[in-house]
Design a protein around this ligand. Sequence first.
Ligand SMILES: [Mn+2]
Length: 419
Amino acid sequence: MATILHLADVHLAAKPYNMEERREDVFRTFETVVDIILRDRPDAVVIAGDLFDKPRPPLKDLKRAARLFRALDEKGINVIVAHGEHDTPHTLDETVLTLLDAMLDRFKAPVLRRGAGGEAMLRNLVIDLNGLTVFVTPFFREEADKRKNSLLKIFRYFDDVARGRMGKKILLGHFALDVELPYDAPVSPLELPESMDYVALGHIHSKRIRLDSRVPYAYPGVLDPLRIDEIKTPGSPLWVDLSGDSPGVEEIRLERRPQAVVEVDYNRGSESGGLHTGSDARRWLVAEVRRKILAEASKYPGKRPLIHLVIKSSGDVPKALVIREGVRAASEAGALLKIHWKVAGKRDDLKRGLVHKGSLSLVKIVSDHYKIPEQASALILQDLVDSAISGDEEGVVRVLEKLAAKVDKKVWESILGVR
Ligand SMILES: [Mn+2]
């Protein structure tokens, strides 16, 4: 056992910006990786969480994924998958990953189950591959401090098992390390089980390769950038060579749909260059939107880039005009277009509106109910409103999940009237 392919944050069935083309992109990119796997035949493929974007992907997406994993299975490729936050349901149930595990011989996605005595069966989490042992960290939907305890307990068990074994050992898991992402990180690199040769992680969407850490670890990053802030730091699958004393890691370059950001600052148009009247400013805006989209798209001949048009303004923007001109220019240039509105002040206005509307303040209700500061409550509600306005269904789900994770099970039970 010498080489593994390490992937994470694939997010199959994601549909960024509600674009069918992007849903297809995510699958295509993954299919490219599957072709590489079939050609180069690593001893194992490890996927460190968020293989699927949602716990219940559409059946057509599940079918398409199942075909790919069956192809790998039939060629004798071992695929070990950890659950991530996107593919773990909120209820204790089977998952699409445990379903694939049940269907395929060489596809393993272990979860923490309880035995007859109610004892957690940690043994299930250790996958033996003939000279390579993969220790799969289960995903815990718990608050950071509880998660930390659960993880440390499991790491201790893994260390005990690993010490008695020959061969190479890999820890696989979906969580942040505090030095990489201080927010919501349950553990530090020094708390990783010491007997591992390599720690294959997922969750952080920008690539991190830390082979000089006490226990070498890496995050491959997101397979196909999903959000505008991920464009400049796309992830890549990692070839990990474990034949030496320390692991060697090589990034696999993938071709993806080009994505670029162009920005139009409406303030500049309305203030400078003598453009004082509203109609002059609007003419300037329309011309600028068109010019920037065409110029950017021309950098990718023969491709169909996704152009992110960011409109900045400190006041009202004629949105319909921007959308009409943007769509027209993008279609002429053969590009996909996503418009992002950065209209300053709007956020604060809305927040104030949420706080002060009469005696019933939504912000106050949420803050009382979830026992979080009003500021946090306002931000969460703002995210919810923003996502809803822009038709970002996944954004809405993310916010609701965040709220759900903060609430004690007892509270939900009382809300739902179950005992
Ligand atoms: Mn992810």
